[in-house]
Design a protein around this ligand. Sequence first.
Ligand code: DQA
Length: 144
Amino acid sequence: SPIFVLNGPNLNRLGTREPEVYGRTSLADIERLCRETAEDIGFELEFRQTNFEGMLVDWIQEAGDLAQGMIINPAAYTHTSVAIRDAITTADIPTIEVHLTNIFARDAFRHHSFVSPVAYGVICGFGATGYRLAIEALSEVIRA
Ligand code: DQA
C-alpha cells in the first residue's frame, strides 16, 4: 500500500512565493525528490496539494483507509485547524509533519501547531530536504 504526501494551501505557489522565505524550489521539484526517494525505498507514492481545508480532511481519511503512512505539510492550517488534527488522530497511521521553514524562527503565531501533538514526529527548517528525510524516517517507523 502507498504512502501519502499531502500539501496544504499556497504550496502550489512554491518557487515564486516569497522566495526569500521559501527559496526557488517548486512543488514539482519537491514531488520529483519525493518520487526518487520513495522509489529507492520501494514505496508507492501518492503526492497531492490542495488549498481547501475540507479536501485535506477527506484525503487524510482516505490515507487512513489505504496508506501505510503519511507525510503532511498542512501549511497555514497547521496553526488553525482542529479538523485536520482530528482527521490525523482518526486515521491512526504514522504521520510526519513537515515544514519547509523553521516555524519557531518566524512569527509567534507560527510557533503553535495543532498537528504536532498527534504527529509521530516533526521535521522543519530543512526546505525540500525535509520531505526526503520524512520519507526515510517513515520507512523506519513502518518497518520497525
Ligand atoms: C509552512 C509554514 C507555515 O507557517 C506557512 O503558513 C506555510 C508553509 C512551511 O512549510 O514552512 O504555508 O508550512
